[in-house]
Design a protein around this ligand. Sequence first.
Ligand SMILES: Cc1cc2nc3c(=O)[nH]c(=O)nc-3n(C[C@H](O)[C@H](O)[C@H](O)COP(=O)(O)OP(=O)(O)OC[C@H]3O[C@@H](n4cnc5c(N)ncnc54)[C@H](O)[C@@H]3O)c2cc1C
Length: 438
Amino acid sequence: MSSALYSWGRYPHVQQTGHACHWRSQLAARLDDVVLEHGTTLPFGNGRSYGDSCLAVSNHVVQMRSLDRFIKADWENGVLLAESGVTLGEILSIAIPQGWFLPVTPGTQFVTLGGAIANDVHGKNHHLRGTFGNHVLRFGLLRHNQEALVCSLGENPALFAATIGGLGLTGIIDWAEIRLLPIRSSQIDSTVVRFGGLSEFFALSAELDHQHEYSVAWIDCLAKGNNTGRGVFIVGDHAQYGQQEVDQRLKLRVPLTPPLSLINNLSLRFFNEIYWRVHPAKRTRQRSSYEPFFYPLDRILHWNLIYGRKGFQQYQCVIPDAVAELAIRELLGAISASGQGSFLAVLKRCGDIASPGLLSFPLPGTSLALDFPQKANLGRALFSRLDAIVREAGGRLYPAKDAHMTGSDFRQAYPAWEQLEALRDPVLNSLFWKRVIV
Ligand SMILES: Cc1cc2nc3c(=O)[nH]c(=O)nc-3n(C[C@H](O)[C@H](O)[C@H](O)COP(=O)(O)OP(=O)(O)OC[C@H]3O[C@@H](n4cnc5c(N)ncnc54)[C@H](O)[C@@H]3O)c2cc1C
């Protein structure tokens, strides 16, 4: 059985045929079949990567989502073993009632365990907990024509390191064991304050990050002059008391793909202005459930479709601490001068906890992420200017979000790529890897 799949940004708009596998015992045979018929393939989680890193060169992927069973849970110690197609949301639905939470979560709960490992995802607590890979104890890895392997810091350590952030290229993860985070409540106590400019963001981050589990800022990337870098700063912690309840609020759905993007300069400016103004000028404490805090965009299913048939690209970079403020000011200047930009750009200080993964994205510095409706000259006009600033600052782009970076920028920013290439399973290849390496 197969189904049509795309990446989240729907750019490049390359349809993938999914070959699903329902039982771990059949995965090796499934991989064999797809390789026999199509030459190469790639594991596919839930398609929440924006660009081309989840797209196979052959356009035929092994779809992992139906391997979605929990295998073992140790609720005393918060250790969970599950098949790799389980989503982070499904993990929360069984972990929260037992007093546990994900140790690290990205901005959507619709990603699979395998996808979270393969991109070594990070979240609002990177400054305290590092990446998802820092909490992976071991996993099963299936490589073509090989015995199934178990990888951990102690067993097959080279493949363990290469697979965390390994973009699905070293083999198929069929199960994984992770350590969870203890919580007393599923609610989040947060403090919110708006800020008027970039310097204020860095001052708030220096003051508050180390006092809180979670920290993130939304910024108005279209603001100019004195307002450049204005935004809303949010820190939060798991509440110390309250219910341990799984959020089950109703989700809205974008019913169809409009022919043209609903995002334009007018709607962007209007939304960014309103968003900034509705947030308090003074530090304000509030309590909310975990979903609106971590996953505000998950409320609208398939929100990616509002960008129309051409889709969109996300630009996410991280800039080292020493030059972060300067370079991010320059990036925002270039973006606002171009008049293009996103509803909510995200600014986040990353910490210095090293990931076990070879090609992990975060580094000690500040990450900026923004969405742009796809246009013919986006890469040439704006992204090449932004890339030059990132390169000059010694920063790098995030492969999970990328559809444009040059091979030389990638190889310069991720020197361990050669180790990954040496361990790549030759039957696995992505459009991303082909673009930057092969
Ligand atoms: C709204 C939104 C917010 C996001 N916020 C963040 C964020 O805050 N931080 C962050 O880091 N990321 C973020 N992301 C990106 C997302 O977390 C990653 O792209 C994630 O890896 C997607 O997981 P997936 O299961 O959808 O995998 P896919 O996108 O389908 O695949 C991702 C990669 O994993 C590989 N893969 C998938 N399953 C397996 C497997 N079983 N074995 C081996 N390899 C596999 C694929 O080959 C591919 O290379 C966000 C995405 C969205 C849409």
